[in-house]
Design a binder for this molecule. Structure first.
Ligand code: ATP
Length: 506
């Protein structure tokens, strides 16, 4: 167990924080941690499978949580007479009794927890610390202020190395040094329990640990991070060569990629750690494409955060979800964290739109993290309508740079046509892209891609199967571009963009 973690928990206990919520699914880890700070405290544990005094199971006539807490209150003198130090109450998976939406909800449990907490806070010589250990965070309003949430971080590289060594030693498996180092990197962002499970699985599959095993680990890891539902590992083969135009933005990112590939050396040289960029601009012009390509340029994983998914139903749950998401991203770092449609997540905060309390708090938490970020999580945030975005995002210091993506210029449209025709094996002398440019004024990248797709589809269904300039022009003729369909929206966005001096991506 890491010393600093125990120290942090011990400092909360010494400060007489009455209820500590360890939001973790692995009881074993939480128990080890509590044991490391017990220092002679008498431990009472309540689980759905029985009640324990220290490690001994207690026979009780009534095994309900209410009866258990009542008994503890009756024994509180114990804390002063026999042991002036401490009583620890450990409640495992008791969230169901505290959740007003659960069929097991019992307000008496909350009232008793409050009484016990008040005893510790206001009665001299009584020290009872209650630990709520559960994978689900439930914070009843009545005791919310008395609860301290305690996060157990993911194991760091050194701890992961110990877990792997522990596993390989116990099964007498020899492991190549390079494979071991790869595994240590791949296991970042997972709990000890998850690491052990994957090791078991990978070993059972191949009977040894080699680079195939490392690939298996990465696949399993994707699953686990996906299951969390908060952050998503995005697998994409998008590369910088898939983006037509946006030359300024691409040059900027190419330079950042150089820094990212030698982070240690760059830091030593005095280069600041890159924070990230905000890409603002017209829909369908390659903002998301750029976010995906950034990860391949930097040669790091791409994580996607959907702020909407962070919203929880309990007080504090959304903030907790955001800190879990940040913790996951930092554990996986170096990585690119892509936040799509930033304005949708934080619409109305600080403006007239009336963002809710939760959104405002999340926004503050996110902004602080962005400003103080020391990790190699490179944020790529994208937004269309900045009028809805809190102005704080647009100030210096939050992102390294703000880029504006406009509708593609003729030369950019040429590149976009070329990319999409080539991708489908139809970049032939029969197509004269230059002749398509005039007819595609006001088209965004997505429109151009659709024209190419549709023409190829029609060609496939036709007799001669050829894809020609004339056929492409015919599709263009029958297509309504984005700026034609949403003329007013384009004008409105242009007016908003004019008010700011963003760096031009095109
Ligand atoms: P939104 O704001 O609506 O999310 P976006 O700017 O993020 O739009 P993308 O998702 O990047 O747009 O683009 C949509 C599709 O259009 C892409 O999958 C891509 O195929 C094509 N596309 C857009 N812009 C470009 C471009 N500059 N080069 C090549 N393809 C492009």
């Amino acid at each position: 167990m890491k010393l600093s973690l125990s120290n942090r928990l011990a400092s909360y206990i010494n400060a007489l924080r009455p209820i500590i919520y360890i939001n973790h699914f692995d009881h074993h880890i939480a128990e080890k941690l509590i044991e490391s700070v017990a220092d002679g405290a008498k431990c009472f544990t309540y689980t759905n499978a029985g009640i324990f005094s220290d490690k001994e199971i207690i026979e009780t006539h009534d095994s309900s949580l209410v009866a258990f807490l009542d008994d503890i209150l009756a024994q509180k003198d114990y804390a002063t007479k026999d042991n002036p130090k401490h009583i620890f109450i450990i409640l495992k998976d008791a969230h169901q009794y505290l959740d007003s939406k659960s069929p097991f909800y019992n307000p008496k449990c909350i009232a008793l927890l409050k009484r016990i907490a008040e005893t510790t806070m206001f009665e001299n010589g009584v020290y009872i610390t209650t630990f709520l250990v559960s994978p689900v965070l439930v914070l009843p309003k009545e005791i919310e202020k008395m609860i301290t949430i305690f996060d157990i971080p993911f194991p760091d590289a050194e701890e992961v190395a110990t877990i792997i060594a522990d596993y390989t030693d116990s099964f007498h498996i020899s492991i190549d040094e390079n494979v071991r180092n790869e595994l240590i990197v791949s296991f970042k962002g997972l709990t000890e329990f998850e690491i052990r499970q994957i090791l078991n699985y990978a070993y059972q599959q191949s009977g040894t640990f080699d680079f195939e095993g490392v690939k298996l680990v990465l696949k399993e890891k994707e699953q686990i991070i996906r299951k969390s539902g908060i952050i998503e590992i995005f697998t994409s083969n998008t590369n910088i060569s898939d983006i037509g135009g946006l030359e300024n933005l691409k040059t900027y990112l190419t330079n950042k990629a150089k820094i990212f590939s030698k982070l240690g050396e760059a830091k030593k040289f005095g280069v600041d750690l890159p924070k990230g960029i905000l890409i603002i601009g017209m829909p369908g012009c390659g903002k998301s494409l750029t976010a995906k390509a950034t990860a391949s340029m930097f040669n790091v994983p791409l994580l996607r955060l959907d702020i909407g998914k962070l919203m929880g139903k309990y007080v504090g749950e959304s903030e907790h979800n955001l800190s879990t998401a940040i913790k996951t991203a930092e554990a996986v770092a170096p990585c690119v964290l892509w936040i799509d449609e930033l304005e949708k997540a934080f619409a109305g905060v600080g403006g007239d739109g009336g963002g809710s309390d939760i959104t405002t708090r999340l926004f503050g938490q996110f902004l602080t993290w962005l400003q103080e970020k020391e990790s190699s999580v490179y944020v790529v945030a994208t937004a269309n309508n900045i009028a809805k975005l809190p102005p704080e995002f647009l100030r210096k210091g939050r992102f390294d740079e703000l880029f504006l993506v406009e509708l593609p210029e003729p030369e950019e449209r040429r590149m976009i046509f070329k990319i999409h025709l080539k991708k489908r094996g139809k970049l032939t002398p029969e197509v004269d892209i230059i002749k398509l440019l005039k007819a595609t004024e006001g088209y965004n990248g997505a429109d151009i891609e659709n024209v190419v797709k549709e023409t190829i589809e029609n060609a496939f269904c036709s007799d001669d199967k050829s894809v020609t300039t004339a056929k492409l022009l015919e599709t263009i003729d029958n297509t309504k571009s984005f700026s034609e369909t949403l003329k007013d929206e384009v004008e409105r966005l242009r007016e908003v963009y004019k008010k700011y001096s963003f760096k031009k991506a095109n």
